[in-house]
Design a protein around this ligand. Structure first.
Ligand code: 8DG
Length: 138
């Protein structure tokens, strides 16, 4: 099973979602940015590193959400989500086709990678997300 961390970055009441490039595993679908855990790395170190590499942003972890396991047939992944706030940086798209900032209710309308859809539809995760959005981090 592939261990993948992802960041649900919240800023001013909106959530950052990223669109995959055409030549990726899930072309044109949306995801939460992140990536595979390297050997010897903690989940938390991984997500902070990945967001710097992919988006040139520094994030701070607010809370870990509940991971989901998903079988894509060609691979099984464990997607490990962290709610994060922005600390600094100027956004650069080093890996993705696009990003956008969406409201919580828009999450259900996006064409997400399957694992991400399961993740955001999990009621415990949704409730925790709503709590953070209510607080409008930064
Ligand atoms: N980053 C990320 N990957 C996801 C999500 N949902 C999902 O199914 N995946 C899948 C796509 C990939 O098969 C795998 C993550 O691989 P990746 O290519 O992003 O990881 P990485 O940056 O460490 O990759 P690499 O090029 O260094 O090998 O997990 C998600 O929300 N975020």
């Amino acid at each position: 099973m592939i261990q993948v961390t992802c960041a649900i970055i919240i800023d001013q009441g909106k959530i950052l979602v990223a669109q995959n490039k055409e030549n990726s595993d899930h072309p044109f679908q949306w995801e939460f940015p992140g990536g595979k855990i390297k050997s010897g790395e903690t989940e938390r170190d991984c997500i902070v590193r990945e967001i710097e590499e992919e988006l040139n942003l520094t994030v701070e972890i607010a809370e870990a959400l509940i991971p989901v396991e998903h079988n894509y047939e060609i691979k099984v992944i464990r997607l490990i989500p962290f709610v994060c706030s922005l600390v600094s940086g100027h956004l650069k798209l080093n890996d993705h086709k696009a990003i956008k900032w969406v409201d919580e209710d828009e999450l259900d309308k996006l064409d997400f990678a399957e694992a991400d859809r399961v993740l955001i539809q999990k009621s415990e995760n949704r409730e925790r997300l709503k709590k953070y959005l209510g607080e409008k981090m930064h």
